[in-house]
Ligand binder design. Structure first.
Ligand code: ZN
Length: 158
């Protein structure tokens, strides 16, 4: 288990140092997100092809967890449909808030590296910021997505 944890930490650090899809997509829909607890900022760029995500990227600055989460989000979501993306968000949120303890059924793939976050409630919002921001892009919102007052995460932070 400690080997697994070390591997997860290494993957998170690797993504934070060399984030994937860290670029602007000029003609894409976009939304900004902000996590005031930690100061993380992220902008998600999203291009849809019908109901399918054809390209997704991000820009921003924040802690290792928020950057790694955005990086892995972009890797994970390319080619997924809107409803698949929403399901992944719910599953990911359950994972990092500790509602789902790796029961082996989860199709989360690389997102599993964030399972350890559930032990650090203050970092849950760092891990979910990119996902909240993605949800605003999908919903066509032009307001800045914030991690404040989000169900389940506040519960975990108590
Ligand atoms: Zn953070």
């Amino acid at each position: 288990m400690s080997d697994l944890r070390a591997l997860y930490q290494e993957m998170i650090l690797d993504h934070s140092k060399r984030p994937h899809n860290f670029r602007v997509i000029a003609d894409a829909a976009r939304a900004d997100g902000y996590n005031p607890l930690c100061g993380d900022k992220v902008t998600i760029y999203l291009k849809m092809d019908g109901d399918r995500i054809s390209d997704v990227s991000f820009q921003g600055s924040g802690c290792a967890i928020s950057t790694a989460s955005a990086s892995i989000l972009t890797d994970t979501l390319k080619g997924e449909t809107r409803s698949e993306a929403e399901t992944l968000f719910e599953d990911f949120r359950a994972l990092v808030t500790g509602h789902e303890k790796g029961n082996g059924k989860s199709p989360l793939g690389k997102l599993t590296v964030f399972s350890g976050v559930s032990e650090f409630p203050a970092r849950v919002k760092c891990a979910t910021l990119a996902w909240h921001t993605l949800k605003s892009v999908l919903g066509g919102s032009h307001e800045v997505a914030t991690t404040e007052g989000t169900d389940g995460e506040d519960l975990a932070a108590r």
